[in-house]
Design a protein around this ligand. Sequence first.
Ligand code: G3I
Length: 321
Amino acid sequence: PGLHSLFVASGKLFFGTATDTNLFNDIPYMTIANNSNEFGIRVPENSQKWQPTEPTENKFVFANPDQVALTSKANRQLLRCHTLTWHSQLPEFVQTTNWTRATLTAAIQTHISNVVGHFKGQCYSWDVVNEALNENGTFRNDVFFQVLGTDFIPISFAAAAAADPAAKLYYNDFNLETSRAKADGAARIVQLLQDAKVRIDGLGFQAHLDVGRTPNQTALAATLDRFTALGLEVAYTELDIAHAKLPATATALQQQARDYVSVVGSCLAVARCVGVVVWEFTDKYSWIPSTFPGKGDACLFDANFTRKPAYSSVSSFLAAA
Ligand code: G3I
């Protein structure tokens, strides 16, 4: 039946994948990515970020993310939109301009109103602010924080809310699953938005996890519940579970399968967890080996598009749920 169909049958909204136009000429890849029984939502892995969408100030380029949106529509899949205010993949002008509070506020507002406005009505959700936290829960000292303090967060969410009232607005980050201090920081971000009466709808747990070091289902569900208790929906937005040593042994593949089931099971256990997105579904295209040499094979399908034990375990777990 496919993971999305099984997840929907369990009452969830989506099981999906990151993908992007640089992969669209790989036919075996696209056959799986376009299968709406397997994946009910897609996320542009790179093409909707600030650098590709506004490489020069006030000049917007949407050809690639428009293609991602078109393919999702053609295959009756939802679209998660990713991402607006983020320290990485920024165009040069954002990094080099000598900003004042007023000019950076205007630049953020211009970027968000144009990008969110362009995709208005097409995004299930937007990752409005991405990765604003250090591991200890303090704020990352990026250009936004240096110039605006924490104000860049309500400024970004308010601009997104104005540009697309229907899109769910998310704060998205990694290691919230494993670091209590960082989850505390995310809770403070939610609080500061709610205190300012600025809309935030969801918390995105990226879930870039490690085989054998993934928390169990109960611990993961407890972390999700912290945020549903604040009135938010939650989702796993970039799931992958990497092996530290390659090639992975049969034992390690079984551990990876159990870890995937823990994550998917925790979403199933939490009513306001709406879905799971994997950050690419095949080891052929995972971001991990180029960033962490020697690590990888973190996906549900291997590099030849064969389903791995992790896929089979998630599938039978959902079929039995
Ligand atoms: O587009 C250029 C291309 O023109 C050039 O020839 C090529 C040579 O290196 O680089 C291409 O850009 C790369 C881009 O991916 C598109 O493929 C960048 O170098 C590379 O750094 C970039 O990596 C992406 C990374 O975000 C950037 O921070 C990964 O694909 C993407 O998976 C990753 O995704 C992030 C999420 O957005 C946020 N959470 C963490 C996650 C993993 O890092």
